[in-house]
Design a protein around this ligand. Sequence first.
Ligand code: NDP
Length: 339
Amino acid sequence: MRVLLTGGSGFIAAHVLDILLDHGHSVVTTVRSQQKAKAIADAHTSYGKDKLDFAIVEDIAQENAFDEAVKSDPPFEAVIHTASPFHFNVTDVQKQLLDPAIIGTTGILKSVKKSAPSVKKVVITSSFASIINPFKGTWPVHTYSEADWNPITSEQAVENPAAGYRASKTFAERAAWDFLEKEKPNFTISTMCPPLVLGPIVHYLNSLDGLNTSNQRIRDIMQGKAKDEIPETGTFIWVDVRDLALCHVLSIEKEEAANKRFFITAGYFSNKEIAQVVGKEYPQYKDQLPTEKTPGGDYPKDGVYKIDNSRVKDVLGIKFRSFEESIKDTVKSLQAVGA
Ligand code: NDP
Protein backbone atom coordinates (compact mmCIF):
# COMPACT_ATOMS: atom_id res chain seq x y z
CA MET A 1 0.00 0.00 0.00
CA ARG A 2 1.10 3.60 -0.53
CA VAL A 3 0.96 5.20 2.94
CA LEU A 4 1.29 8.73 4.33
CA LEU A 5 2.70 8.68 7.89
CA THR A 6 2.64 11.96 9.81
CA GLY A 7 5.26 12.92 12.41
CA GLY A 8 7.85 10.38 11.24
CA SER A 9 10.46 11.73 13.65
CA GLY A 10 8.40 10.74 16.71
CA PHE A 11 9.15 7.93 19.17
CA ILE A 12 6.14 5.83 18.13
CA ALA A 13 6.20 6.83 14.44
CA ALA A 14 9.81 5.67 14.03
CA HIS A 15 8.63 2.12 14.81
CA VAL A 16 5.51 2.46 12.65
CA LEU A 17 7.78 3.48 9.78
CA ASP A 18 10.04 0.45 10.19
CA ILE A 19 7.12 -1.99 10.33
CA LEU A 20 5.47 -0.38 7.27
CA LEU A 21 8.71 -0.77 5.29
CA ASP A 22 9.21 -4.30 6.59
CA HIS A 23 5.69 -5.23 5.44
CA GLY A 24 6.53 -3.94 1.95
CA HIS A 25 4.50 -0.73 2.00
CA SER A 26 5.68 2.42 0.25
CA VAL A 27 5.84 5.36 2.65
CA VAL A 28 5.92 9.13 2.56
CA THR A 29 6.43 10.54 6.03
CA THR A 30 5.96 14.12 7.14
CA VAL A 31 8.62 15.78 9.29
CA ARG A 32 9.14 19.40 10.36
CA SER A 33 12.54 19.95 8.76
CA GLN A 34 14.92 18.74 6.05
CA GLN A 35 17.38 17.91 8.79
CA LYS A 36 14.99 15.34 10.30
CA ALA A 37 14.20 13.95 6.86
CA LYS A 38 17.92 13.47 6.26
CA ALA A 39 18.46 11.73 9.61
CA ILE A 40 15.68 9.24 8.80
CA ALA A 41 16.84 8.75 5.19
CA ASP A 42 20.45 8.15 6.32
CA ALA A 43 19.25 5.40 8.65
CA HIS A 44 17.31 3.69 5.82
CA THR A 45 19.69 3.72 2.86
CA SER A 46 18.50 0.34 1.60
CA TYR A 47 15.13 1.84 0.65
CA GLY A 48 14.86 3.89 -2.57
CA LYS A 49 12.75 7.03 -2.97
CA ASP A 50 9.92 4.87 -4.27
CA LYS A 51 9.74 3.13 -0.86
CA LEU A 52 10.59 5.99 1.51
CA ASP A 53 10.11 9.67 0.81
CA PHE A 54 9.45 12.81 2.82
CA ALA A 55 7.13 15.82 2.94
CA ILE A 56 7.82 18.82 5.12
CA VAL A 57 4.91 19.93 7.35
CA GLU A 58 6.29 22.45 9.80
CA ASP A 59 3.25 23.02 11.95
CA ILE A 60 0.15 20.85 11.99
CA ALA A 61 -1.74 23.56 13.89
CA GLN A 62 -1.94 25.61 10.68
CA GLU A 63 -5.17 25.17 8.73
CA ASN A 64 -4.45 23.41 5.41
CA ALA A 65 -1.03 22.24 6.66
CA PHE A 66 -1.51 18.86 4.95
CA ASP A 67 -3.02 20.08 1.66
CA GLU A 68 0.14 19.38 -0.35
CA ALA A 69 1.43 16.40 1.67
CA VAL A 70 -1.66 14.28 0.91
CA LYS A 71 -1.02 14.55 -2.86
CA SER A 72 1.23 11.82 -4.22
CA ASP A 73 2.06 9.90 -7.37
CA PRO A 74 1.22 7.04 -7.07
CA PRO A 75 -1.68 8.18 -4.89
CA PHE A 76 -2.02 7.25 -1.21
CA GLU A 77 -4.30 4.44 -0.10
CA ALA A 78 -3.85 4.88 3.64
CA VAL A 79 -2.88 7.58 6.14
CA ILE A 80 -1.45 7.07 9.63
CA HIS A 81 -1.62 10.26 11.69
CA THR A 82 0.65 10.14 14.74
CA ALA A 83 1.91 13.75 14.93
CA SER A 84 0.68 15.56 18.04
CA PRO A 85 2.50 17.27 20.89
CA PHE A 86 3.21 15.02 23.88
CA HIS A 87 5.04 17.00 26.54
CA PHE A 88 4.09 19.17 29.49
CA ASN A 89 6.55 21.96 28.89
CA VAL A 90 3.96 24.52 27.79
CA THR A 91 2.92 28.02 28.76
CA ASP A 92 -0.15 28.24 26.50
CA VAL A 93 -2.25 25.06 26.55
CA GLN A 94 -4.52 26.24 23.75
CA LYS A 95 -1.78 27.15 21.29
CA GLN A 96 0.80 24.51 22.20
CA LEU A 97 -1.37 21.45 22.93
CA LEU A 98 -5.02 21.82 21.92
CA ASP A 99 -4.57 23.53 18.55
CA PRO A 100 -1.96 21.15 17.08
CA ALA A 101 -3.84 18.08 18.33
CA ILE A 102 -7.32 19.14 17.20
CA ILE A 103 -6.53 21.20 14.09
CA GLY A 104 -3.88 18.63 13.15
CA THR A 105 -6.47 15.84 13.21
CA THR A 106 -9.34 17.66 11.54
CA GLY A 107 -6.87 19.25 9.12
CA ILE A 108 -5.56 15.98 7.77
CA LEU A 109 -9.06 14.52 7.48
CA LYS A 110 -10.22 17.58 5.50
CA SER A 111 -7.15 17.51 3.24
CA VAL A 112 -7.61 13.80 2.53
CA LYS A 113 -11.29 14.26 1.74
CA LYS A 114 -10.55 17.22 -0.53
CA SER A 115 -7.41 16.08 -2.35
CA ALA A 116 -6.75 12.36 -1.83
CA PRO A 117 -9.87 10.43 -2.92
CA SER A 118 -7.88 7.19 -3.25
CA VAL A 119 -7.34 6.99 0.54
CA LYS A 120 -9.52 4.24 2.01
CA LYS A 121 -8.16 4.02 5.56
CA VAL A 122 -7.07 6.56 8.13
CA VAL A 123 -5.47 5.47 11.41
CA ILE A 124 -5.12 8.05 14.18
CA THR A 125 -2.90 7.79 17.28
CA SER A 126 -5.19 8.78 20.11
CA SER A 127 -4.51 7.79 23.72
CA PHE A 128 -5.82 6.25 26.95
CA ALA A 129 -6.01 9.95 27.86
CA SER A 130 -9.23 10.03 25.82
CA ILE A 131 -10.61 7.00 27.71
CA ILE A 132 -9.63 7.61 31.35
CA ASN A 133 -11.86 9.56 33.70
CA PRO A 134 -9.22 11.61 35.54
CA PHE A 135 -11.74 12.70 38.15
CA LYS A 136 -12.26 9.15 39.47
CA GLY A 137 -8.71 8.49 40.66
CA THR A 138 -7.70 4.83 40.60
CA TRP A 139 -11.38 3.74 40.50
CA PRO A 140 -10.88 0.06 41.50
CA VAL A 141 -14.52 -0.91 40.80
CA HIS A 142 -14.34 0.19 37.16
CA THR A 143 -13.21 -1.70 34.04
CA TYR A 144 -11.87 0.56 31.29
CA SER A 145 -12.57 -0.34 27.66
CA GLU A 146 -13.25 1.37 24.33
CA ALA A 147 -16.69 2.29 25.69
CA ASP A 148 -15.24 4.94 28.04
CA TRP A 149 -14.64 8.60 27.22
CA ASN A 150 -12.78 11.17 29.26
CA PRO A 151 -15.45 13.70 30.36
CA ILE A 152 -13.00 16.65 30.54
CA THR A 153 -14.41 20.04 29.48
CA SER A 154 -12.86 22.97 27.60
CA GLU A 155 -12.67 24.94 30.85
CA GLN A 156 -10.86 22.13 32.68
CA ALA A 157 -8.53 21.65 29.71
CA VAL A 158 -6.72 24.93 30.25
CA GLU A 159 -6.19 24.47 34.00
CA ASN A 160 -2.73 22.93 33.69
CA PRO A 161 -0.53 21.20 31.07
CA ALA A 162 -1.45 17.64 32.19
CA ALA A 163 -5.16 18.38 31.81
CA GLY A 164 -4.35 20.18 28.55
CA TYR A 165 -2.61 17.13 27.12
CA ARG A 166 -5.41 14.75 28.09
CA ALA A 167 -8.00 17.12 26.69
CA SER A 168 -6.01 17.56 23.48
CA LYS A 169 -6.21 13.83 22.82
CA THR A 170 -9.88 13.56 23.87
CA PHE A 171 -11.08 16.48 21.74
CA ALA A 172 -8.96 15.46 18.74
CA GLU A 173 -10.31 11.90 18.76
CA ARG A 174 -13.88 13.09 19.23
CA ALA A 175 -13.42 15.47 16.31
CA ALA A 176 -12.30 12.56 14.14
CA TRP A 177 -15.37 10.44 14.91
CA ASP A 178 -17.60 13.51 14.40
CA PHE A 179 -15.95 14.08 11.03
CA LEU A 180 -16.70 10.49 10.01
CA GLU A 181 -20.34 10.85 11.00
CA LYS A 182 -20.99 14.28 9.50
CA GLU A 183 -18.78 14.25 6.40
CA LYS A 184 -19.27 10.61 5.42
CA PRO A 185 -15.87 10.48 3.70
CA ASN A 186 -14.60 7.82 1.34
CA PHE A 187 -12.35 6.37 4.03
CA THR A 188 -12.70 4.48 7.31
CA ILE A 189 -11.11 5.58 10.60
CA SER A 190 -9.40 3.49 13.30
CA THR A 191 -8.12 5.07 16.49
CA MET A 192 -5.29 3.74 18.67
CA CYS A 193 -5.66 4.39 22.41
CA PRO A 194 -2.49 3.35 24.26
CA PRO A 195 -1.63 4.27 27.85
CA LEU A 196 2.03 4.87 28.74
CA VAL A 197 4.19 3.68 25.85
CA LEU A 198 7.57 2.25 26.78
CA GLY A 199 10.22 0.64 24.61
CA PRO A 200 13.37 1.20 22.61
CA ILE A 201 14.14 4.53 20.99
CA VAL A 202 15.79 4.74 17.59
CA HIS A 203 19.27 6.13 18.17
CA TYR A 204 19.48 8.29 15.02
CA LEU A 205 16.87 10.78 16.18
CA ASN A 206 17.45 10.90 19.88
CA SER A 207 19.59 12.10 22.73
CA LEU A 208 19.33 11.34 26.43
CA ASP A 209 18.35 14.95 27.17
CA GLY A 210 15.83 15.19 24.34
CA LEU A 211 14.14 11.91 25.18
CA ASN A 212 10.44 11.42 24.40
CA THR A 213 8.14 12.00 27.37
CA SER A 214 7.01 8.45 28.16
CA ASN A 215 10.52 6.93 28.41
CA GLN A 216 11.84 9.72 30.64
CA ARG A 217 10.89 7.89 33.84
CA ILE A 218 13.15 4.96 32.88
CA ARG A 219 16.05 7.33 32.18
CA ASP A 220 15.41 9.18 35.44
CA ILE A 221 15.40 5.96 37.47
CA MET A 222 18.67 4.87 35.80
CA GLN A 223 20.20 8.27 36.62
CA GLY A 224 19.45 7.97 40.34
CA LYS A 225 16.44 10.29 40.55
CA ALA A 226 14.38 7.63 42.40
CA LYS A 227 17.11 6.64 44.81
CA ASP A 228 15.61 8.34 47.89
CA GLU A 229 11.97 8.15 46.91
CA ILE A 230 10.33 6.54 43.87
CA PRO A 231 7.93 8.96 42.13
CA GLU A 232 4.24 8.07 41.94
CA THR A 233 3.45 5.91 38.92
CA GLY A 234 0.41 7.95 37.79
CA THR A 235 -0.92 5.75 35.02
CA PHE A 236 -0.57 2.09 36.01
CA ILE A 237 -0.91 0.55 32.55
CA TRP A 238 1.52 0.41 29.64
CA VAL A 239 2.29 -1.04 26.21
CA ASP A 240 5.51 -1.67 24.28
CA VAL A 241 6.06 0.74 21.39
CA ARG A 242 6.72 -2.11 18.93
CA ASP A 243 3.38 -3.77 19.72
CA LEU A 244 1.59 -0.44 19.43
CA ALA A 245 3.33 0.31 16.12
CA LEU A 246 2.26 -3.09 14.79
CA CYS A 247 -1.36 -2.27 15.74
CA HIS A 248 -1.14 0.88 13.59
CA VAL A 249 0.06 -1.11 10.58
CA LEU A 250 -2.40 -3.99 11.08
CA SER A 251 -5.19 -1.42 11.21
CA ILE A 252 -4.52 -0.42 7.61
CA GLU A 253 -4.05 -4.05 6.57
CA LYS A 254 -7.10 -5.68 8.18
CA GLU A 255 -10.61 -4.83 7.01
CA GLU A 256 -12.01 -5.75 10.45
CA ALA A 257 -10.18 -2.77 12.00
CA ALA A 258 -12.28 -0.26 10.04
CA ASN A 259 -14.21 2.31 12.09
CA LYS A 260 -13.06 0.87 15.41
CA ARG A 261 -11.46 2.35 18.48
CA PHE A 262 -8.72 0.21 20.07
CA PHE A 263 -7.69 0.32 23.74
CA ILE A 264 -4.13 -0.99 23.43
CA THR A 265 -2.50 -2.08 26.68
CA ALA A 266 -0.35 -5.03 27.71
CA GLY A 267 -1.22 -4.73 31.40
CA TYR A 268 -0.10 -3.17 34.67
CA PHE A 269 3.22 -1.78 35.84
CA SER A 270 4.60 0.44 38.58
CA ASN A 271 7.66 2.67 38.77
CA LYS A 272 8.96 0.35 41.48
CA GLU A 273 8.84 -2.55 39.01
CA ILE A 274 10.80 -0.51 36.44
CA ALA A 275 13.58 -0.08 39.00
CA GLN A 276 13.45 -3.78 39.87
CA VAL A 277 13.81 -4.90 36.25
CA VAL A 278 16.62 -2.41 35.53
CA GLY A 279 18.47 -3.67 38.64
CA LYS A 280 18.01 -7.32 37.73
CA GLU A 281 19.03 -6.98 34.08
CA TYR A 282 21.73 -4.33 34.48
CA PRO A 283 23.55 -4.65 37.82
CA GLN A 284 25.96 -1.89 36.78
CA TYR A 285 23.28 0.70 37.68
CA LYS A 286 22.85 -0.69 41.22
CA ASP A 287 24.28 2.36 42.99
CA GLN A 288 21.83 4.70 41.26
CA LEU A 289 18.74 2.56 41.86
CA PRO A 290 16.28 2.49 44.78
CA THR A 291 16.31 -0.59 47.03
CA GLU A 292 13.43 -2.73 48.31
CA LYS A 293 13.20 -0.35 51.27
CA THR A 294 12.94 2.88 49.24
CA PRO A 295 9.46 4.42 49.67
CA GLY A 296 7.05 5.24 46.84
CA GLY A 297 6.34 4.04 43.30
CA ASP A 298 4.07 1.16 44.30
CA TYR A 299 0.46 0.27 43.42
CA PRO A 300 -2.24 2.00 45.48
CA LYS A 301 -3.38 0.00 48.53
CA ASP A 302 -7.04 0.11 47.47
CA GLY A 303 -6.27 -1.36 44.07
CA VAL A 304 -6.49 0.10 40.60
CA TYR A 305 -9.04 0.13 37.73
CA LYS A 306 -9.47 -3.06 35.71
CA ILE A 307 -8.84 -3.24 32.00
CA ASP A 308 -10.54 -4.96 29.08
CA ASN A 309 -8.11 -5.22 26.16
CA SER A 310 -9.96 -8.04 24.43
CA ARG A 311 -10.83 -6.10 21.26
CA VAL A 312 -7.25 -5.47 20.18
CA LYS A 313 -6.35 -9.10 20.84
CA ASP A 314 -9.42 -10.46 19.03
CA VAL A 315 -9.50 -8.11 16.03
CA LEU A 316 -5.80 -7.47 15.44
CA GLY A 317 -4.47 -10.73 16.92
CA ILE A 318 -1.82 -8.91 18.94
CA LYS A 319 0.33 -10.78 21.45
CA PHE A 320 1.90 -8.31 23.85
CA ARG A 321 5.55 -8.25 24.79
CA SER A 322 6.41 -8.71 28.44
CA PHE A 323 7.28 -5.79 30.70
CA GLU A 324 10.74 -7.31 31.38
CA GLU A 325 11.55 -7.52 27.67
CA SER A 326 10.35 -3.97 27.09
CA ILE A 327 12.37 -2.44 29.93
CA LYS A 328 15.46 -4.48 29.05
CA ASP A 329 15.35 -3.32 25.41
CA THR A 330 14.61 0.29 26.39
CA VAL A 331 17.66 0.45 28.64
CA LYS A 332 19.81 -1.06 25.88
CA SER A 333 18.59 1.63 23.47
CA LEU A 334 19.31 4.37 26.03
CA GLN A 335 22.83 3.03 26.43
CA ALA A 336 23.30 3.63 22.68
CA VAL A 337 22.78 7.36 23.33
CA GLY A 338 25.04 7.48 26.36
CA ALA A 339 23.08 6.22 29.39
P1 NDP B 1 6.98 12.29 20.24
O1 NDP B 1 7.10 13.57 20.95
O2 NDP B 1 8.20 11.46 20.08
O3 NDP B 1 6.34 12.51 18.82
C1 NDP B 1 5.45 13.54 18.52
C2 NDP B 1 5.54 13.83 17.03
O4 NDP B 1 4.62 14.86 16.69
C3 NDP B 1 6.92 14.33 16.62
O5 NDP B 1 7.24 13.83 15.35
C4 NDP B 1 6.71 15.84 16.58
O6 NDP B 1 7.64 16.50 15.73
C5 NDP B 1 5.30 15.90 16.02
N1 NDP B 1 4.67 17.19 16.33
C6 NDP B 1 4.29 17.66 17.54
N2 NDP B 1 3.75 18.90 17.41
C7 NDP B 1 3.79 19.20 16.10
C8 NDP B 1 3.38 20.35 15.34
N3 NDP B 1 2.81 21.41 15.91
N4 NDP B 1 3.59 20.32 13.99
C9 NDP B 1 4.18 19.24 13.39
N5 NDP B 1 4.57 18.14 14.07
C10 NDP B 1 4.37 18.12 15.41
O7 NDP B 1 5.86 11.46 21.02
P2 NDP B 1 5.22 10.03 20.81
O8 NDP B 1 5.83 9.32 19.68
O9 NDP B 1 5.20 9.41 22.14
O10 NDP B 1 3.74 10.44 20.43
C11 NDP B 1 3.15 10.15 19.19
C12 NDP B 1 1.66 10.11 19.36
O11 NDP B 1 1.31 9.11 20.30
C13 NDP B 1 1.03 11.40 19.87
O12 NDP B 1 -0.18 11.57 19.18
C14 NDP B 1 0.79 11.11 21.35
O13 NDP B 1 -0.25 11.88 21.86
C15 NDP B 1 0.43 9.64 21.27
N6 NDP B 1 0.57 8.91 22.53
C16 NDP B 1 1.80 8.70 23.10
C17 NDP B 1 1.92 7.99 24.28
C18 NDP B 1 3.23 7.72 24.92
O14 NDP B 1 3.25 7.23 26.07
N7 NDP B 1 4.35 7.96 24.24
C19 NDP B 1 0.72 7.47 24.97
C20 NDP B 1 -0.51 7.72 24.27
C21 NDP B 1 -0.57 8.40 23.10
P3 NDP B 1 8.99 17.13 16.34
O15 NDP B 1 9.66 16.03 17.10
O16 NDP B 1 9.75 17.55 15.15
O17 NDP B 1 8.55 18.25 17.22
